[in-house]
Design a protein around this ligand. Structure first.
Ligand SMILES: *[C@@H]1O[C@H](CO)[C@@H](O)[C@H](O)[C@H]1NC(C)=O
Ligand SMILES: *[C@@H]1O[C@H](CO)[C@@H](O)[C@H](O)[C@H]1NC(C)=O
Ligand SMILES: *[C@@H]1O[C@H](CO)[C@@H](O)[C@H](O)[C@H]1NC(C)=O
Ligand SMILES: *[C@@H]1O[C@H](CO)[C@@H](O)[C@H](O)[C@H]1NC(C)=O
Ligand SMILES: *[C@@H]1O[C@H](CO)[C@@H](O)[C@H](O)[C@H]1NC(C)=O
Length: 658
């Protein structure tokens, strides 16, 4: 990339760095950022430097709010931010790159620099991050036996192509080239992965160096234990560790010292909170505990990154999952110092007070929490079921095969696929329909002749009974609830990944519909056909998956509307919700702990009616109660969860996730 070309796309860069970009290092003192092994510190422009950073994932925050969140981070006293680049967010289909709008990572870097924040960049290729497949694109699985995160030639070829696109774009933003990026992480917690492939790490090191140059500080991050550092660290990549408030700070940094006897101490992920899973109680960590431990870290002179400083939202289908299969909810609030919606919390100010003891805090007011508005209840109308709307939803038309194919085979990465077959014989008594090999990935909504008969769920419900005449139509809508993002099971194929049996027989003769629901919703196809129906007066305990639609307008005469809000679906069970075609994510109040979904104001309209589309997979409250969804000004992320889903996830212990 020519420097002039890059410079012309950097309107927000302050003048001096731009000049440096254009005229190399001939002007004034050269910008430099390096490791000092003698002084056990970083050096910025030759001076001793320590960062206090916070994690923010641009992929989890609408672009219009990037500036507000970054400014709040700056005002907390941070001098740097850390962000991941999720590969699958930028290359959803192989060879098609997207760096515009919410994916405009260059603009994000420019904003950070404008505000006065340095950047610690974590471009993967694997990022974990509770993000679908740890950021790896699902199309990698087209090579069925691919060994991800290893020297497997198919994997390496894809990584080389991606990094060949990404890293040259990043290069002008390196600190020494006039940009904000001080350090770049290679891979992520590689020592927690089974492969332990040093050739892979060596390859990445060479690849990063070839695109970014010899000067940039490259580093790795691993759990603060020798068992992690063993396979995670390698010569020529500076080894750092991660640990939360529960850890013994001395012991944790001793582990880093084992890998790096000299150089700066760095905790690359100091946990301010923790992640959630559907069906487990909401994680929260007291501000006092975080503050005390942060102080212990800072007093040693170490560098630290607070993970997360703002968690944000897994919009759409972007959440990941842990093994044994347990998906993460839509909110990635993380109990961080800034909430999912960017609100200031007690934890924010407590952390700021700790930082104040070590670094000068910028003067001036902290940007306020954005106001939220309760737009109230919205009446919902029933539209078609998925089975009835297949023509509108399956743009590519059905695929037929003897045995079921996976999402990847059908060239669908996320969302929902409908698998259709028939009962091969009459089941006059209840006959088990089973996925004996736990092959429903991840949840299946089964109906026979349009009547819902039950739900299958990975690891949890592998069989249900059906009755019906030979030839009856069996529809199995399979939901991909998010790919595993951590551990050895990240090759997470979706759909029906093994055969279904009816009694002792393997079901055959499948017709499979890849569903482009997002496209249909954003084009308004579903409701414009006006094929609405009503719910029966005596509702069955379960309905086939069905769409609902409603509209609301932003009230007149109230200043500063539209404002952010939260959508709540009381007594609805599980599904997906869109507003004006924007996929807000999954709701599952029946499982919890998340009850409300964050609705950023930028997707709302003051000039047109706002459209709410809901795909309810199990059963809407309509027919027996108010058929409404509700917009409120208060989030609920901590509802009590049904018993039977006991908390399996400890705080701060990676071992719990293995
Ligand atoms: C923390 O670890 C250090 C070094 O291993 C050890 O000496 C110390 O006793 C530990 N402190 C606590 C409270 O366990
Ligand atoms: C299926 O029906 C059989 C016979 O009625 C019963 O024993 C079994 O528990 C049922 N299985 C399920 C999953 O409901
Ligand atoms: C389904 O069963 C057939 C016949 O036994 C077998 O060839 C095929 O591989 C199976 N498919 C899956 C996905 O397990
Ligand atoms: C809602 O849908 C209607 C019908 O498709 C459309 O005319 C309108 O512009 C949509 N509203 C917004 C805010 O997109
Ligand atoms: C959820 O959090 C709120 C606010 O901190 C608290 O008032 C409420 O009691 C909590 N609810 C549950 C069920 O823990």
């Amino acid at each position: 990339m020519s420097l002039l070309g890059a410079g012309s796309k950097l309107p927000l860069l302050p003048l001096l760095p731009l000049l440096l970009l254009l005229f190399g290092q001939s002007l004034s003192a050269p910008r430099s950022f390096s490791l000092d092994y003698k002084g056990d510190c970083f050096r910025k422009d030759g001076e001793e430097f320590r960062y206090i950073s916070g994690s923010i994932h641009y992929s989890r925050i609408p672009r219009v709010y990037w500036k507000d969140r970054l400014l709040k981070m700056y005002m907390a006293g941070l001098n740097a931010i850390q962000t991941y680049i999720p590969w699958n967010y930028h290359e959803e289909s192989q060879g098609y790159y997207n760096f515009i709008g919410d994916r405009d990572v260059k603009y994000f870097l420019e904003l950070a620099q404008d505000i006065g924040l340095l950047v610690i960049l974590r471009p993967g290729p694997y990022i974990c991050a509770e993000w679908d497949m740890g950021g790896l694109p699902a199309w990698l699985l087209k090579e069925k036996n691919i060994v991800l995160r290893s020297s497997d030639p198919d994997y390496i070829a894809a990584v080389d192509t991606w990094m060949g696109k990404l890293l040259p774009m990043i290069k002008p933003y390196l600190y020494q080239n006039g940009g904000p990026i001080i350090t770049v992480q290679v891979e992520n917690e590689y020592g927690s992965y089974f492969a332990c492939d040093f050739n892979y790490l060596r390859h990445l090191t060479k690849l990063f160096r070839s695109h970014l140059g010899e000067e940039v500080v490259l580093f790795t991050t691993d759990g603060a234990g020798l068992n992690y550092l063993r396979c995670g660290s390698i010569q020529n990549l500076y080894a750092t560790v991660d640990f939360g408030p529960g850890a013994n700070v001395t012991a944790a940094f001793n582990a880093q010292r084992h890998a790096e006897p000299r150089g700066p101490l760095v905790n690359s992920e100091f946990y301010t909170g923790w992640l959630d899973h559907w069906g487990s109680p909401h994680s929260s960590v007291s501000s006092t505990v975080v503050a005390k431990s942060l102080n212990e870290i800072l007093v040693t002179g170490a560098n630290v990154n607070l993970y997360m400083f703002i968690g944000g939202t897994n919009f759409g289908y972007w959440n990941g999952a842990n093994a044994l299969y347990s998906p993460q909810p839509t909110s990635y609030d993380y109990d961080a110092p800034l909430t999912e919606a960017g609100d200031l919390t007690e934890k924010y100010f407590v952390i700021r007070d700790v930082i104040k003891m070590y670094h000068k805090i910028p003067e001036g007011p902290v940007p306020p929490t954005t106001p939220k508005y309760a737009y109230g209840a919205v009446e919902m109308k029933k539209l078609q079921t998925i089975s009835d709307a297949l023509e509108e939803l399956s743009f590519s038309g059905p695929v037929k095969s003897m045995y079921p194919q996976t999402f990847t085979e059908l060239n669908q990465m996320v969302g929902y696929v409908l698998y259709r077959t028939i009962l091969p014989f009459t089941c006059s008594t209840p006959t088990p329909l089973s996925s004996q090999l736990d092959g429903v990935h991840d949840r299946a909504y089964v109906s026979v002749e349009g009547v819902a008969v039950g739900i299958l769920e990975r690891n949890k419900a592998l069989t249900l009974n059906v009755t019906g005449k030979a030839g009856s139509q069996v529809d199995i809508l399979v939901e991909n609830m998010g790919r595993i993002n951590y551990g050895k099971d990240i090759n997470d194929f979706k759909g029906l990944v093994s055969n279904m049996t009816l009694g002792a027989n393997t079901l055959t003769g499948w017709t499979m519909y890849s569903l482009s629901i997002d496209k249909a919703v954003s084009q308004g196809i579903l409701w414009e056909r006006e094929r609405t129906s009503t719910d029966p007066p005596h509702p069955a305990p379960l309905s086939p998956p069905v769409f609902y639609w409603g509209t609301f307008s932003i009230p007149d005469g109230i200043p500063d509307l539209p404002q952010d809000t939260y959508i709540k679906l009381p007594k609805w069970r599980k599904g997906q919700v869109w507003i004006n075609g924007f996929n807000l994510g999954r709701y599952w109040p029946a499982r919890g702990p998340q009850v409300t979904l964050f609705v950023p104001a930028n997707i709302l309209s003051t000039v047109a009616l706002n459209n709410v589309t809901v795909l309810e997979l199990e059963k809407a409250p309509c027919g027996s109660g108010p058929c409404t969804v509700e917009f409120t000004n208060t989030p609920i992320l901590n509802a009590t969860v049904p018993s039977g889903y006991k908390q399996r996830w400890g705080l701060f212990a990676k071992e719990d996730l293995l």
